[in-house]
Design a protein around this ligand. Sequence first.
Ligand SMILES: *Cc1c(COP(=O)(O)O)cnc(C)c1O
Length: 395
Amino acid sequence: MIDPVLPTYARQPLSFERGEGVWLFTKDGERYLDFAGGIAVTVAGHAHPHLVDALKTQADKLWHTSNLYRIEGQEHLAERLVAASFADTVFFSNSGAEAVEGAIKMSRRYHDGAGNPERYRIITFEGAFHGRTFATIAAGAKEKLTKGFGPMMEGFDQVPFGDLDAVRAAIGPETAGILFEPIQGEGGIRALTPETLRRLREITNEAGILLILDEVQCGMGRTGKLFAHEWAGVAPDILAAAKGIGGGFPLGAILATEKAARAMTTGSHGSTYGGNPLAMAVGNAVLDIVLADDFLSHVQQMANQMRQGLEGLKDTHPGIIEDVRGVGLMLGVKLRCGPAQMIAALRDERMLAVGAGEGVLRLLPPLVVSEDEISEALARIDKACGALEQNETDK
Ligand SMILES: *Cc1c(COP(=O)(O)O)cnc(C)c1O
């Protein structure tokens, strides 16, 4: 008999009742160190008092009105995101896929509005993950995501990750833009170098096509900047954000320049829930935290400590850890075993982490993580490596 919950996930045998900061608690009161962070979502940790207060206060007043009316929290959050980023305008959605999907629509509409409706194709990178809707699985083009779902949406040209020559060769008279993650998350924490990002900006400028970034995972302070592309000193035309932006409340956003967004006229796009008062109360509260003085430098400091610790563990456990990669608190540990084994070993140490492509373990802690909690995480990873080595010897 089929499970009442559609069985599309391979879930861990764990369930949590409450959380506090970087810790999660089971019903039995067992405490887990959460370096999965709800997959890069809970940037402020669990049950952050400022977020809880914002949600409760709004819940007592008003939840939802639809976008038929002005929403003050939306205007406020959009203004703040515009002030803090490259963008001139923001559209709020409920998820990452919805934001990426909207970004794709916007790029096609831009060229249509500029008198080039034939420009609808989008270049993407191998290993990409952009979501689970029809457009975003076609953009990601991974067989695991597309198999059995019938004809894929047309208009995506995939090239090897970060291959500039392949990008140049793929650009044609029908190209609308290039869409990619500055740091691939699901693909295995693969970062483009700042230099590559700058080249891609030059290439898109020269070709008159749009640079569209998927910062659903690497944005919102994760790398120690509000958005990851800031490390390269270049700006995109359109950017999709989600995950961290709501700190655990479902929220996504499309950020765009005035030029890229100019064809998105009244009636061209919408979302019933997108940017509703509840989501906006939490979104503004998350931004209070992420934009507070010293928050991003805190992320950078914690990232340095974590990175150094992991490099040390690589030296102590060369049979387990092959490589350490990533930027900020979006870190990947390339393992010689599969990530599943490591995730199980970490679970025995009461610590959570996430798998990714290329045999990589992803570490995505809440950005409020402290020095002591990083040390604790490193100690638990050390023990898990030890246990895996012991398994090897026992064989
Ligand atoms: C998670 C993710 C998405 C999809 O977000 P959902 O909220 O699950 O729809 C898209 N792009 C990237 C890079 C992601 O990490």
